[in-house]
Design a protein around this ligand. Structure first.
Ligand code: LLP
Length: 397
């Protein structure tokens, strides 16, 4: 893909910070996914709305034919508003409230991913009161290490998610005894930003064992849902904007023993939207410390919390007047790139080589499309960042 150029003339006139979404990158990503699953008619990708619930992005993803993976009643509603078919909505979460369950039941979603027996019983009760039968998949905790950040690992036995493997059969039997739920699937999710396909291979092996156990006890399911988790390149996002979709889907094709007629569902979030989003910020001050040189931005942890929350690092570029990212050179200085908040975790980068910076320079923090805008908050009475899109800005620049 050609190097991205930002509409810098427009940026110069705009208040910062804001999110900028390059919709052509999103379209290319969606096409790459569709291309990678073209030969697998029984694969269905649900976009994990939690990664970014921006209505314009949601509408494009819905239009491209994807389903939605939701984790709250609010997300179910956002997905419906954006045009996702209710028949392609899955709904997970360890703590679904009665009100949220009712929203999903009334919408007639495809499936609830159920995480405990008490939840199963409440869905059954509420479905009975509505006079409907709800499709459910049991979320099984497969105890597979995703080899990712501890705070985004979900598939270990010690995590709060899902039903323990040894409880799968009794839970299945309990579900079968209930009149207003139909147990149609098994659901898994081992974590996020997973870069080694090995972790997904281990997940497949675990699912194969569990399906054997289920069948030996005389049960079967119509679908398997393997969750999300495919990682993106945070180090070279501009050179490598499209994640390894083919390797990812091929891993499941090669290692998962799907039964005839079974469908395979995926819940991809980060890999769909991370690389189309950038947080654009201005340098407020350059402060020459005795030990460090600081670039103090007008963006901070309230706009993009991932660095403060997980210690994650986003690539950062200086934009020139033409909207190109200035390539790094030997003459680069080293900066700690920080926000204005009085929290020592409000740091985007330490000792980052950047061309000499001046007050007013525009910086782009890349790979900010996933878990960026959607996680913004208003600490310090800061306003939430606004969002702009390549089609509206390019037309006017
Ligand atoms: N399915 C389930 C059940 C999930 O819990 C998640 C993410 C996904 C799918 C989507 O995973 P993805 O494809 O995006 O990796 N805020 C953190 C990430 C939290 C992910 C939580 N679960 C971050 O900024 O890294």
């Amino acid at each position: 893909m050609s190097q991205i150029t930002f509409p810098a003339t427009r940026f110069q006139q705009m208040d910062t910070p804001f999110y900028y979404y390059d919709l052509s990158v999103l379209q290319q990503t969606l096409s790459a996914i569709r291309e990678a699953i073209r030969d697998h008619a029984h694969y269905q990708v649900h976009y994990a709305v939690k990664a970014n619930a921006n209505p314009r992005l949601l509408a494009l993803i819905a239009e491209a034919g994807f389903g939605a993976d939701c984790v709250s009643g609010g997300e179910v509603q956002a997905a419906l508003n954006a045009g996702f078919s209710s028949k392609k909505i899955v709904y997970a979460g360890v703590g679904k409230s009665d009100k949220e369950i009712l929203t999903a039941l009334r919408a007639g979603i495809f499936c609830f991913n159920v995480e405990s027996v008490p939840e199963l019983e409440i869905i059954n009760q509420l479905a009975a009161a509505q006079g409907v039968v709800a499709n459910v998949a049991l979320r099984i905790n497969p105890n597979v290490d995703a080899h990712t950040h501890a705070k985004i690992t979900t598939g270990l036995a010690e995590n709060k998610f899902g039903i323990a493997m040894e409880d799968m059969l009794p839970t299945f039997q309990r579900a079968n005894a209930l009149t207003n739920v139909r147990c149609v699937g098994l659901h898994f999710h081992i974590g996020s930003q997973i870069e080694q396909m090995d972790s997904f291979v281990h997940l497949c092996e675990r699912i194969n064992e569990l399906q054997d156990t289920l069948e030996a006890a005389g049960h079967s399911v119509e679908h398997i849902n393997v969750g999300g988790g495919l990682g993106v390149d945070y180090i070279h996002p501009l050179a490598n904007p499209i994640p390894q979709f083919r390797a990812y889907f091929d891993t499941f094709h090669a290692h998962l023993h799907l039964r005839p007629q079974q469908t395979l569902h995926f819940e991809l979030g980060r890999s769909v939207v991370a690389q189309c989003g950038h947080l654009i910020s201005r340098v407020l001050y350059v402060k020459e410390g005795h030990v460090k040189r600081f670039a103090i931005l007008d963006a901070c942890m309230t706009d993009l919390v991932r660095p403060a929350m997980y210690g994650s690092r986003h690539a950062i570029s200086l934009l020139d007047g033409q909207g190109n990212c200035v390539a790094s050179s030997d003459a680069d200085l080293r900066y700690d790139v920080v926000g204005p908040i009085c929290e020592s975790s409000d740091v985007f980068a330490t000792d980052l080589p950047l061309p000499s910076l001046q007050r007013g320079d525009l910086l782009a923090l890349h790979s900010a499309g996933a878990y960026g805008e959607v996680m913004a908050f208003t600490y310090n009475c800061r306003p939430l960042p606004s969002a702009f899109y390549s089609d509206e800005l390019k037309a006017e620049s």
